[in-house]
Design a protein around this ligand. Structure first.
Ligand SMILES: *[C@@H]1O[C@H](CO)[C@@H](O)[C@H](O)[C@H]1NC(C)=O
Ligand SMILES: *[C@@H]1O[C@H](CO)[C@@H](O)[C@H](O)[C@H]1NC(C)=O
Ligand SMILES: *[C@@H]1O[C@H](CO)[C@@H](O)[C@H](O)[C@H]1NC(C)=O
Ligand SMILES: *[C@@H]1O[C@H](CO)[C@@H](O)[C@H](O)[C@H]1NC(C)=O
Ligand SMILES: *[C@@H]1O[C@H](CO)[C@@H](O)[C@H](O)[C@H]1NC(C)=O
Ligand SMILES: *[C@@H]1O[C@H](CO)[C@@H](O)[C@H](O)[C@H]1NC(C)=O
Ligand SMILES: *[C@@H]1O[C@H](CO)[C@@H](O)[C@H](O)[C@H]1NC(C)=O
Length: 329
C-alpha cells in the first residue's frame, strides 16, 4: 500500500518535471523591454497577448530560451503595426532572430540600436516601409547568417563593410531603391560566400572583377542598370548554380565564356550582349535558360536540352538562328 502510494507520487513528480523546466519564467529585464516595445508601437491589437498576467515566454511573437528564460526571437509578421522600429529592440541582448515582416505601416530608418544585438543570426526587415540607408553598422552583427532587407524603400549605396560578415549565407537587398555600384569588397568575403539577391534596384557601374575570385552559388542582379561584363562568375572550375542578370545594360561578347557544369539557371534577357552562344552550353542541364532581347548572332547550339525551351527563350536577338528559332540561312 505505502509502496504503491510512494510509487505513484514519484511517478507524478517524474511526469511533471519536464513541464516545470520548459515553463521557465521569462527574464524580468526582457519582459520590461517587451512592454516598452509594445508601448512604442501604441499597444497594437497584434500584441494583445503581451499581458503581465501571463509569463512572457508564452506571449505571441516571442520565443524564450528554455533554460535561461531570455528572449531569443522576436517575430512580428503581418500585423497592423505603425510607427518606427523602437530603439528598445536593442535591449534584448540575447536575441538571435529578429523578424519584422509584412508591416507596411512600419516607417523610418533602421535604428543603430540594432547594432547592439551581437547574438543575432537572422535579421529580416522585409515588406515594410523602411527608408534611409542600408546601415554600415550591420557589419557589427558578426554572427549573422541571414540578412533580409528586401521590399522596402531603402536608398543610398550598398555598404562595403557587409563583406566582413564571415558567417553570412544569404544577403537580400532586392526590391529597394539602392543606387551606386556593387562594392569591390564583395569579392573578398573571407568566410561564407553568400547568395546575393540585389534585384529590382537602381545599381549602376560594372560588376567588380574581384567577384570572380569567389565561388558564388546564387546571383540575382536582375532589374538594375549594371553595365559591362558578368563573365567573372563563370569558368570551368566555378560552382555557380543560379544566375539572373536580366534587364540590365550588360554589353560584352559571350562567345568565349565557359559555363561550368553546376549551372542550372541562366537568364540574361534584355541586355546588349553580343557574339554567339558557346557550343558547350549543350553539355549543361538547364532548368531555365533565357537569352532573349540581346544582340547575339549565329546558330543556337543543337543538343543537350537547349531545344526544350521555346523560341521565347531566344527571340529578339540580332541574328540568332536554328531550332527553336527559324533555320539559319
Ligand atoms: C489598423 O489600425 C488603425 C488604427 O488603429 C485602424 O484605423 C485601421 O482600420 C487598422 N487597419 C486594419 C487593416 O486593421
Ligand atoms: C496603416 O495605417 C492606416 C492609417 O492609420 C490604416 O488605415 C491602415 O489600415 C493601416 N494598414 C495596415 C496594414 O496596418
Ligand atoms: C508605403 O507607404 C505608402 C504610403 O505612404 C503606400 O502607398 C505603400 O503601399 C507603402 N509601401 C508598402 C510596401 O506597403
Ligand atoms: C571553386 O570550387 C571548385 C570546386 O570545389 C574549386 O576547384 C575551385 O578552386 C573553387 N574556386 C575558387 C575561386 O574558390
Ligand atoms: C566575339 O568574339 C568572337 C571570338 O573571339 C569573335 O569571333 C567575334 O567576331 C566577336 N563578335 C563580335 C560581335 O565582336
Ligand atoms: C524570356 O524572357 C522574355 C522577356 O522577358 C519573356 O518574354 C519570355 O517569356 C521568357 N521565356 C521564358 C521561357 O521564360
Ligand atoms: C515562336 O513559336 C510560335 C509557336 O510555335 C510561332 O507561332 C512563332 O512564330 C515563333 N516565333 C519566332 C520568332 O520564331
Amino acid at each position: 500500500m505505502m509502496k504503491s502510494v510512494f510509487f505513484t507520487i514519484t511517478f507524478v513528480l517524474f511526469l511533471s518535471l519536464p513541464t516545470l523546466s520548459l515553463s521557465q519564467t521569462c527574464n524580468k529585464d526582457d519582459e520590461k523591454v517587451l512592454f516598452k516595445i509594445k508601448k512604442a508601437f501604441g499597444n497594437p491589437y497584434h500584441l494583445a497577448s503581451w499581458q503581465k498576467t501571463d509569463d512572457c515566454c508564452q506571449w505571441y511573437c516571442v520565443e524564450c530560451d528554455a533554460n535561461s528564460g531570455r528572449i531569443i526571437a522576436l517575430t512580428i509578421f503581418s500585423g497592423n503595426i505603425s510607427g518606427q522600429i523602437p530603439v528598445e529592440v536593442g535591449d534584448l541582448p540575447y536575441l538571435q532572430t529578429l523578424v519584422l515582416r509584412k508591416l507596411t505601416n512600419l516607417t523610418g530608418e533602421i535604428p543603430s540600436a540594432i547594432a547592439k544585438l551581437t547574438h543575432l543570426t537572422s535579421l529580416r526587415l522585409s515588406w515594410t516601409n523602411l527608408s534611409g540607408p542600408v546601415p554600415s553598422f550591420l557589419s557589427k552583427l558578426t554572427n549573422l547568417d541571414f540578412l533580409d532587407l528586401s521590399f522596402n524603400d531603402l536608398t543610398g549605396s550598398i555598404p562595403p563593410e557587409l563583406a566582413t560578415l564571415t558567417k553570412l549565407n544569404d544577403l537580400h537587398l532586392d526590391r529597394n531603391k539602392l543606387t551606386g555600384p556593387i562594392p569591390e569588397s564583395f569579392g573578398k568575403f573571407t568566410g561564407n560566400v553568400p547568395n546575393l539577391y540585389l534585384s529590382h534596384n537602381q545599381l549602376t557601374g560594372s560588376v567588380p572583377k574581384s567577384l570572380g575570385y569567389l565561388n558564388f552559388t546564387t546571383i540575382d542582379f536582375s532589374r538594375n542598370k549594371l553595365t559591362g561584363d558578368f563573365s567573372m562568375f563563370f569558368g570551368t572550375h566555378k560552382t555557380i548554380q543560379y544566375a539572373d542578370f536580366s534587364r540590365n545594360k550588360f554589353a560584352f561578347n559571350l562567345s568565349e565564356v565557359v559555363f561550368p557544369a553546376s549551372l542550372t539557371w541562366l537568364d540574361f534577357n534584355h541586355n546588349k550582349i553580343y557574339g554567339s552562344l558557346p557550343a558547350t552550353l549543350t553539355e549543361l542541364n538547364f532548368q531555365n535558360l533565357n537569352v532573349s532581347y540581346n544582340r547575339m548572332c549565329g546558330q543556337i547550339p543543337q543538343g543537350g536540352n537547349l531545344q526544350t525551351f521555346d523560341n521565347m527563350s531566344y527571340f529578339h536577338n540580332r541574328c540568332l538562328c536554328g531550332s527553336p528559332l527559324p533555320a539559319c540561312t
